[in-house]
Design a protein around this ligand. Structure first.
Ligand code: FAD
Length: 299
């Protein structure tokens, strides 16, 4: 139950919010039940103050960007989701881009291209936000956020302090945001180099074409479901188990790319989790390789 007092405090603060929000609408997987509350702060200060109010009320919360690496639970998420989408300013200062957490990677990379700055070509087609990408150390085609991040602005939810981070503890799909658990990313600064605008655009077009050819972009998913196990590709291992097209309820191992679990119609989180168990079990049985989920479960 969301207390009336909390809603009144949020309203006084001027934070936009909605009650009983469909989780399907908040993730690219289009799966999930409802969230009791969704908040849409439009500044770091509003976000920090919202967190203070939620904690004061003892309400559980999660921060989400574009929901492109998420699997939501089927039932009710009895807490609050804080969406960063209204925190969306992005500007270039010389060769550095400075962006709020809610800026899409498409906008970030597009801004870089317009300013003839190279270094973010890899990010153009990743459907996440700056915040989600810094948390996940998102990467593709040999590039990753770790290569370009100079610093980020973080809110420590325990202390309420906002500070600049320069050491992000980056590794493959690893960051201090994931390992610490008390930090919310408010934005980041990215160092790029001067480049040739036409060449940057051409590289982005080329990556987009490769994605379109190899990935099931036409159906809802959360991207690669599993992390890449060292020395292997999750998709290849799953394919070699003969699981392409294997279906549980509305969830299916993509025929186009076996590393993707797709929602072919009204998939539930339990369909996906059953398919995950099956793929993990088969891959381990056949190859002795343990698959680890990349997608984050919220429930
Ligand atoms: C079709 C498709 C293709 C994809 N291709 C790639 C790819 O090539 N490379 C790649 O790395 N990923 C890829 N992904 C996965 C996804 O886009 C990335 O992980 C992306 O960085 C997630 O960003 P997001 O804003 O959507 O984060 P969300 O999915 O909203 O959140 C991801 C995690 O970060 C947390 N989080 C989000 N924002 C914040 C914040 N501001 N502060 C603290 N925590 C936060 C969430 O709580 C959650 O744990 C793909 C996904 C899809 C659907």
């Amino acid at each position: 139950m969301i207390s009336k007092h909390l809603l009144q405090s949020l309203a006084r603060l001027g934070v936009a919010y909605e009650e009983n929000v469909s989780l399907k609408s908040l993730s690219t997987f289009r799966i999930g039940g409802e969230a009791a509350l969704a908040l849409y702060p439009d500044s770091a200060e509003e976000l920090a103050e919202s967190v203070r109010l939620l904690r004061q009320d003892g309400l559980r919360f999660e921060v989400i960007g574009n929901g492109s690496n998420l699997l939501f639970c089927d039932g009710l998420f009895e807490g609050a989701l804080i969406l960063t989408q209204k925190m969306n300013t992005c500007r270039a200062e010389g060769n550095t881009l400075i962006a709020d957490a809610g800026v899409s990677l498409a906008t970030l990379a597009g801004t870089a291209a317009q300013a003839a700055l190279t270094g973010l070509e890899f990010a153009r087609g990743i459907p996440g936000t700056v915040g989600g990408a810094l948390v996940m150390n998102a990467g593709a085609y040999g590039g990753a956020m770790a290569d370009v991040t100079v610093k980020s602005l973080a809110l420590n939810v325990e202390t309420g302090e906002i500070s600049e981070l320069t050491d992000h503890g980056y590794g493959y799909r690893k960051s201090v945001y994931l390992s610490n658990g008390s930090l919310i990313c408010l934005g980041g600064a990215f160092a790029l180099s001067e480049g040739d605008k036409a060449k940057i655009m051409e590289t982005m077009r080329c990556f987009a074409a490769q994605r379109k050819e190899k990935q099931p972009l036409e159906v809802p998913s959360a991207g690669s479901y599993f992390k890449r196990p060292e020395g292997h590709f999750a998709g290849k291992l799953i394919e070699d188990c003969g699981l392409k097209g294997y279906t549980v309820g509305g969830a299916q191992i993509s025929r186009k790319h076996a590393g993707f679990i797709i929602n072919i119609g009204n998939a539930t989180a339990s369909d996906v989790l059953r398919l995950e168990e099956l793929a993990r079990g088969e891959v381990y049985r056949r190859f002795g390789v343990t698959l680890e989920r990349e997608v984050r479960f919220i429930g």
